[in-house]
Every structure is written in structure tokens, then in C-alpha cells.
Design a protein around this ligand. Structure first.
Ligand SMILES: Cc1cc2nc3c(=O)[nH]c(=O)nc-3n(C[C@H](O)[C@H](O)[C@H](O)COP(=O)(O)OP(=O)(O)OC[C@H]3O[C@@H](n4cnc5c(N)ncnc54)[C@H](O)[C@@H]3O)c2cc1C
Length: 388
């Protein structure tokens, strides 16, 4: 089947099945659940996964085509805590899990029914993740975990957590780590949300007191390699390297269009140009960089249509993308001036209040999934081969 025929099939199916009520359904409503079920039955929540694990076995180009059609029709996808299941632990299990683990865990993710979160960072281990000290000891057919994780996004709404733990305290730090899966619904797991100045926050602290881990992923003490692989999936997702990224327009992540914003706040010169020449060249420079990034992402995808564009190169896209995001919102603030620093109240439009939050939020992009400094270290050592 050609991609064009496939796209037409998707369009027809969406038109037949996704009524306006389902498309506009509120989170948690019956109509929303029905929409999720319809997609899950087609295997279209995890379209590129094998059918036996709840996917549809689609190739990369079909996957992109599907995402484009679903997006164009505003078909809502199930909540996935920032891609934790479908974009991170799911693909990691596909690569490193046993058949039994895959059959037990993947279908729940592919139906959008099980929420996952990430237990990597600890109060004393962020960038130096390999220094982590949460401990796991073997106890019969499972492991007992003790310790604390922090910044666990969405832990208060998650059913399962994947956790990097220390299983050999005597080995060099990278060689004594394992990756395990923990059911959050047990007395040994406690989650405490972290409040931020904004009032709302996805962050939590997660405590383990003799918590039971049922699954060891891959070999004992090989968790560092597997955990790093998962981070490549995370960085690939953040930077838009995957199929979902390909289906985004260049400005999807950057909702405030700078040229329009500049004309609105700074005025228009003849020929529809931004009146202030300094801002004009700042905006043009940024947009050229953004376009280059998009074209390079597209080329990388084309060169590797298997969709397996992973590797240390994910760090380049992650770091450049984060810098672009921050430059974009900084320009947005410069253009809007005092109109861009509103926090609440009727003195600002909703658009302006949103801009403040987008600007503040953009600063997380060079921290989440490993800071930009850490990405630069990886690029220097693993991509450019520079000495340690
Ligand atoms: C939005 C968001 C969501 C997150 N979600 C999760 C989650 O779900 N689960 C989870 O486990 N974690 C999560 N994190 C945590 C994130 O992984 C860490 O914040 C990150 O790895 C940095 O660790 P840290 O905060 O301890 O900073 P630190 O490691 O203390 O770093 C402080 C500063 O020192 C710099 N630095 C440190 N070491 C070096 C070095 N060797 N060379 C150069 N500079 C260095 C850093 O770049 C940084 O600027 C999330 C973070 C954010 C912002």
C-alpha cells in the first residue's frame, strides 16, 4: 500500500469513528475513554510496536503519516506522562526485556491504561547519575529496594516506576547499577508532591522502604548501559527526532510566532517588516537557526527511515533544541517588554499571561533529560572522540 492510500484509509476511519463528541471529550469522560479504546483496538497508540504487544507493526513512514492524520483531525491521544511509557520504558523493554516481561507490560502501555514514571535522579545524584545510592538486594524471586528518588515527574499519578538502583556497592560506580520495575501500589512506596513557586508542579519525591521490585531488566549490574539507552529515547523524544516530531510543524513547540508578535508589540514598517531593525535581525537569525535545526532533523530521519535514529547524536539535537527554545522565549519577552512578565489578573491578556509561563518553563528544557553541560560532555567524548 502506498503512503497516500494509507493516509486516505486513516482519514476515512477517523471520519467514521471519531465523532465531534469524542474529539472534544473532557479528560476522564466516557467519550474520551471510548476514543482511547478505538485507537487501542487498531494498535494506533503504539503504532510502531509489534502487534503481539498491542501495536500495529507500522514502519516509520506509515507511523509519521498516521500521526499527521490523527493530528490534523485533532484526535486526542491518551495521557502518557510526557512519553514515559510509549517513548521511554516501552522501547527499552522492547530492546532489553524478556518475552515474558514484554507480554506483561507492553500491552497496558499500548492501550494507554498504565501510567509510568522515571526513578533516576536522587537528592545527591543528578548529572553524576552513576553515583546513585538507592539500594536493591535480592530477596527470593524479587528485589527489596530502599532509598529516595527526586524530581519524579508525574509519580503521584503513576501506576509503575522504573528505577535505577545500586545492586553491587563494591563495584566501580558504573558497574554496580541495575534497572528494575516497581509497582507503585504497595506500602513500601511513598510519593510526596513538590510544590513550586508557580503553585503547580509535576515533580515528586519518591521514597522506597523495603519496596518490592518484581522485574530486573537485562542483566544484573548492567543497568547503566540500559539506563543510558533509555535516556537516548528520552532525548530523541524531547528534540522531536521520532515520528511524532516529524509530524509537528516547526512552530508547534514555539507557540508564540515572533514575527507576528513583533509587529503587534513593536509596529510594522513598510512592506510588512518588523519596524525595529535590531529585533528584525534577531528574529531572522533565530528563525534561520530554527529552520536549519528542522531540516537537519528531517534529514536524519530520512537517512534512517527505520526510525532507529538513536545514539549519542541525540545529545546534539537535545542541546541545540533546548537552546533554541530558550532563545525563542527570551526574544518573545524582549519584544513584549513589560507585557510579557504578567503573572495574574485582568491587566494582561491570557495570551500575555501564557507567554510568561512559556518563558519560565523553557528554562527546564536544558535541564530535563540531562543538562546541556552534560550533553556537551557527551558530544565532546562520544561524538567527537575528544579525550576525557
Ligand atoms: C522538567 C524536568 C523534569 C524532570 N523529570 C525527572 C523525572 O521524571 N525523573 C528523574 O529521575 N529526574 C527528572 N528530572 C531531573 C533531571 O534529570 C535533573 O535535574 C538533571 O539531570 C540535573 O541534575 P540536578 O538537578 O541534580 O543538577 P546538578 O547535577 O546538581 O547540576 C547543577 C549544575 O551543574 C552542572 N554540572 C554538573 N556536573 C557537570 C559536569 N560534569 N560538567 C559540567 N557541568 C556540570 C549542571 O549542568 C548544572 O548546571 C527532571 C528535571 C526537569 C527540569
Amino acid at each position: 500500500m502506498t503512503i497516500a492510500t494509507f493516509r486516505e484509509e486513516v482519514r476515512n476511519w477517523v471520519e467514521e469513528n471519531f465523532t465531534e463528541e469524542i474529539v472534544n471529550a473532557a479528560e476522564g469522560s466516557d467519550a474520551q475513554r471510548q476514543g482511547v479504546r478505538l485507537l487501542a483496538d487498531k494498535g494506533w497508540i503504539a503504532p510502531n510496536w509489534p502487534v503481539e504487544y498491542g501495536g500495529a507493526g507500522l514502519g516509520f513512514r506509515e507511523h509519521i503519516a498516521l500521526v499527521k492524520e490523527l493530528r490534523a483531525a485533532n484526535v486526542p491521544l491518551p495521557h502518557d506522562n510526557g512519553g514515559q511509557a510509549l517513548g521511554m520504558i516501552g522501547p527499552t523493554l522492547l530492546e532489553f526485556g524478556t518475552q515474558e516481561q514484554k507480554l506483561r507490560h507492553l500491552p497496558g502501555m499500548a492501550r494507554g491504561e498504565v501510567q509510568w514514571c522515571q526513578g533516576y535522579s536522587e537528592p545527591g545524584s543528578g548529572s553524576d547519575l552513576a553515583s546513585l545510592s538507592t539500594k536493591a538486594v535480592r530477596d527470593g524471586d524479587h528485589y527489596l529496594i530502599n532509598g529516595q528518588k527526586i524530581w519524579t515527574s508525574g509519580a503521584d499519578g503513576a501506576d509503575w516506576i522504573y528505577v535505577l538502583v545500586r545492586t553491587d556497592p563494591d563495584a566501580p560506580k558504573h558497574n554496580g547499577i541495575s534497572l528494575v520495575l516497581v509497582d507503585m501500589d504497595q506500602p513500601g512506596v511513598t510519593v510526596k508532591p513538590i510544590r513550586l513557586i508557580s503553585g503547580a508542579s509535576p515533580f515528586c519525591e519518591t521514597f522506597f522502604d523495603d519496596a518490592i521490585a518484581t522485574d530486573l531488566i537485562g542483566e544484573l549490574n548492567q543497568g547503566w548501559t540500559i539506563g543510558k539507552r533509555l535516556l537516548q529515547h528520552e532525548r530523541s523524544g524531547i528534540s522531536g527526532m521520532g515520528a511524532s516530531g516529524a509530524a509537528s510543524s516547526p512552530t508547534t513547540r514555539q507557540r508564540y510566532r515572533l514575527a507576528e508578535l513583533a509587529k503587534e508589540y513593536l509596529g510594522e514598517a513598510s512592506g510588512g517588516r518588523i519596524s525595529d531593525s535590531v529585533f528584525r535581525s534577531d528574529v531572522i537569525r533565530h528563525q534561520l537557526n530554527q529552520r536549519s535545526l528542522q531540516l537537519t532533523l528531517n534529514r536524519t530521519r530520512e537517512e534512517n527511515a527505520s526510525g532507529n535514529t538513536l545514539g549519542h547524536v541525540t545529545s546534539i539535537f537535545k542541546a541545540v533544541g533546548a537552546d533554541q527554545d530558550k532563545t525563542h522565549t527570551a526574544l518573545q519577552m524582549k519584544i513584549m517588554g513589560s507585557r510579557g512578565i504578567g503573572w495574574q489578573g485582568t491587566g494582561f491578556t491570557p495570551h500575555e499571561l501564557g507567554a510568561t509561563r512559556t518563558w519560565l518553563g523553557s528554562h527546564a528544557s536544558s535541564i530535563a533529560g540531562g543538562t546541556n553541560e552534560v550533553q556537551l560532555n557527551i558530544i565532546a567524548k562520544r561524538v567527537l572522540g575528544l579525550p576525557d
